[in-house]
Design a protein around this ligand. Structure first.
Ligand code: HEC
Length: 102
């Protein structure tokens, strides 16, 4: 039990450390799988269905928008639902991945 607690603490610390430094693009790519359903696998979006293009957006912009959707500052029911299950690290990772899409 004690070992388990230490392991959990180590994981928590690694997670916090990860957020403070570089975002994990590979983890972001995995998170993007669901986003791709609307925004497209290359982030090209879908004009007819009004899913905005994400390719070419920088990570800071995406991060700001995701936080705004989650908090409701930017009001959109679909994106609020999409961000509800994402924590800050998830959003940073997915934003870093989106920034790699051209
Ligand atoms: C069910 C369809 C759908 C899914 C799935 C979806 N989105 Fe969206 N997304 C939208 C729509 C619709 C908008 C436009 C919202 C608005 O008009 O404010 C949007 C807007 C955005 C924007 C703002 C773009 C801009 O130009 O300001 C970002 C960033 C974004 N989505 C990221 C994501 C991410 C990351 C995911 C996956 C976690 C995701 N979306 C999943 C439909 C979707």
């Amino acid at each position: 039990m004690k070992k388990l607690l230490i392991a959990a603490a180590a994981v928590t610390f690694a997670g916090a450390f990860g957020t403070a430094t570089a975002a994990d693009v590979e983890a972001g790519k995995a998170k993007f799988a669901v986003c791709a359903g609307c925004h497209g696998p290359t982030g090209a979006g879908n004009e007819a269905l009004k899913y905005p293009k994400l390719a070419g957006r920088d990570a800071a912009y995406v991060m700001t928008q995701l936080k705004a959707f989650k908090s409701g500052t930017r009001d959109n029911a679909t994106m609020k639902a999409m961000t509800a299950g994402l924590n800050d690290a998830d959003m940073e990772n997915v934003a870093a991945y989106i920034a790699t899409l051209k």
